[in-house]
Ligand binder design. Structure first.
Ligand code: EPZ
Length: 433
């Protein structure tokens, strides 16, 4: 497995471009299955999860044309298979996002149950119950969700728990249903709004996106078209934290600061100087040590769970104590024990991590367990004394396009050690004079 080798101690400085949002590109690529004609999706990030999605669609017989900028033209009607196999779903849970569109457009789908992951059990009951409310016949057997529907019917659905991909799956299913669907307590994330905007660009009628009540009037068909994915707010927030943790100054272009909301507020609270423009955001820590900040994660517009691990890393070297409460997932502190190995002072009690900032972290060999935990270990490596080796970085490749190139552009000392050279001897021979 590839590893990242990071030499800490450099204050980041410079400008980089932010990529399209992974968590918008995935549902939008799935939504192309709804259309009668080819849909071109642009500003798609070059990530492993995108490759997996293209493989999933390609295996179904969907025709894909990819240009040099990774604009992807998806021609859904060439589909010949309606199965999302375990081999792919186990590597990317978001594969379940083909369930709604396949049912709505073709009346059939067989999608492997995604199963849990490092951060939680990740049930999909709300996806299934919502589709059943719309008239789908769904059986769960042999590890698969087997669904059939002559034509889905509009329904009124209320989610007890806010679910991002659950809202997205049901929005896509409702887009071609007979009648109107109302989803109450819907997810309000910007990526959900981006999906709604894409469906509407293809002729759909989705109203209320970004509020807690979605109304979708089913239409007979959706046309082909073109849609560009919004910038990745979590990638943006991660690089802002990279500047804050190293006491540096960065400017991030091709992004949208409005999407960051409370994350910017928290960065200002920790002492950073933040400036924004229509498509850029800059952070200047002015060489100062950040102040620790309390974090309480919750669905948008509150503090995003996908930025929690990054702020734990920031708090590890910040001034003072703080509490980070994770309310969305039951096991999203896997990064804590790895950070403790780097000298962090963190006490974990259930869903609350209490950090007491230390003057410095020390490098260590650490292991990534999930996407955002791996980002927090890279952030800690940027500021730790010595050479940090982050293992299992396939997790990070799922969500951060060219992380070592982008951090390198900002002055970080970071390089990828390919799997074939990752035994300790060759690492030492690489780094020893
Ligand atoms: C999406 O996951 C994101 N993934 C996650 O990003 C993100 O952390 C999460 O939303 C929360 O914002 C994509 O968009 C591809 P949920 P999702 O359904 O939709 C419970 C990353 O790092 N729940 O909103 O799978 C669930 O257990 C990834 O980019 C049910 O109980 O998350 C959890 O406690 C990680 N039943 C809560 O809802 C269901 O049927 C929120 O989960 C569905 C969810």
């Amino acid at each position: 497995m590839d590893k990242l080798l990071i030499t800490g101690g450099t204050a980041l400085n410079g400008e980089i471009r932010i990529s399209g949002a992974k968590n918008a590109a995935l549902p939008i690529l799935a939504s192309t299955l709804l259309a009668d004609g080819p849909v071109t999706v642009c500003n798609v990030p070059h990530l492993h999860d995108i490759t997996t999605t293209m493989e999933l669609l390609g295996n179904m017989g969907v025709h894909l044309v990819v240009d040099e900028k990774l604009n992807i033209e998806v021609n859904g009607p060439t589909i010949r298979d309606f199965v999302a196999p375990y081999e792919l779903v186990k590597t990317m849970r978001a594969s379940i996002l083909v369930l709604g569109p396949l049912l709505a457009r073709y009346g059939r789908a067989e999608v492997s149950l995604p199963g849990g992951c490092a951060i939680g059990s990740r049930p999909v009951n709300l996806h299934i119950e919502g589709l059943q409310a719309m008239g789908a016949d769904i059986r769960v057997e042999n590890g698969f969700i087997k669904a059939r529907a002559s034509r889905l019917k509009g329904a009124r659905i209320r989610h007890e728990v806010v679910t991002v991909t659950g809202t997205e799956n049901l929005m896509m299913a409702a887009a071609l249903a007979d009648g109107t669907t109302v989803i109450e307590n819907a997810a309000r994330e910007p990526e959900v709004v981006d999906l709604a905007d894409c469906i509407n660009a293809l002729g759909g009628k989705v109203y209320g996106a970004g509020t807690e009540t979605l109304t979708i009037e089913g239409v007979e068909s959706l046309s082909g078209g073109r849609y560009c994915v919004l910038p990745d707010r979590i990638e943006t927030g991660t690089y802002l934290v990279a500047a804050a943790i190293t006491g540096g100054r960065v400017k991030l272009k091709d992004t949208n600061p409005v999407l960051l909301g409370v994350v910017l507020d928290k960065l200002i609270e920790c002492g950073a100087k933040v400036e924004t423009g229509p498509d850029w955001v800059s952070l200047d820590m002015q060489g100062r040590r950040p102040k620790a900040v309390d974090i309480y994660t919750a669905p948008f517009p509150d503090f995003p769970t996908d930025m929690q691990a990054q702020f734990v890393a920031l708090n590890c070297i910040a001034e003072g104590r703080a509490e980070i409460t994770e309310t969305v997932f039951e096991n999203r502190f896997m990064h804590v024990q790895e950070l403790q190995r780097m000298g962090a002072n963190i006490e974990l009690h259930g869903r609350v991590a209490t950090t007491t900032g230390v003057e410095r972290l020390t490098a260590a060999p650490v292991m990534a367990t999930d996407l955002r935990a791996s980002a927090s270990l890279v952030l800690a490596g940027l500021v730790a004394e010595g050479e940090t080796v982050v293992d299992r970085i396939y997790h990070i490749d799922r969500g951060y396009e060219g992380i070592e190139e982008k951090l390198g552009q900002l002055g970080a000392s970071i390089r990828r050690i390919p799997a074939s050279h990752t035994d300790s001897a060759s690492i030492l021979s690489d780094v020893l004079p």
